[in-house]
Design a protein around this ligand. Sequence first.
Ligand code: COA
Length: 259
Amino acid sequence: MEFTTIKYEKKAGYAIITLNRPDKLNALNKQLFTDLNEVITTIELDKDIRAVLLTGEGKAFAAGADIKELNACDGRSGKHFSEFGSKVMARLESMSIPVIAAVNGFALGGGCELAMSCHIRYASVNAKLGQPEINLGILPGYGGTQRLTRLVGVAKSMELNLTGDIVSADEAKRIGLVNEVFDETELIEKSIALIEKIISKSPIAVSAIVDTVRASTILSLKEGLEYESKLFGEVCGSQDFKEGTLAFLEKRKANFIGK
Ligand code: COA
């Protein structure tokens, strides 16, 4: 499949999406969101793909929404500008397979928001993250006020959003914005190792965990626990659950088949 602003590679059991406008630091323009939206559909329809790695070509993950396109917005089109990108990121976040961001450099504004719509973030030591929209006289439009707050807490989110300050990868890890930090040369290898570890497990249990953990950010504790019990019951009906528990009792490695 050919895209103009992203690269799509199908590997054994997972897919790699690479944002591919390196001369513009992978700034997120309308075409890129259109391509991303389409590749999400491609992945959703492909049952062989059990995890996604999202990264950027060149020195940026993504340096934000395309400021040239943004500059053309007015009161009406600005809302649409925000809604389109936000919708694509919500689709990515709602995938029932794990989506891992390998943050290979600048992840600013929409780039940081895109990384936050992934389920796990690994970063390279040179990565820089933040929500500098305030410096453009605007607020984040793809979830920067919402997902960042859920990840790092109200006070830190207020500070980052109000100052536009950019944080290093190490600081991002300290505040819970990224999971791990690796040398630049190791980032992709470590991200793939994480994906391979996850896809060696039962895809049914993996999807149920992605779904329930994500639900915890929108449901009350009571609703979330009820939802967890519901999915727990459903997963107990799977062959993988029988195999996993039996393998433990028989002191052998489980052979999961995704049924
Ligand atoms: N939208 C559109 N174009 C962008 C962009 C964005 N968000 N970020 C970078 N670019 C373009 C630059 O205009 C430049 O294009 P040109 O070569 O045609 O002039 C190219 O990408 C390289 O960027 P440049 O600024 O020269 O790189 P740098 O290494 O000196 O600086 C940054 C890197 C990330 C600090 C700087 O590009 C930047 O501040 N970008 C905007 C970040 C931002 O405010 N994001 C939030 C957007 S809502």
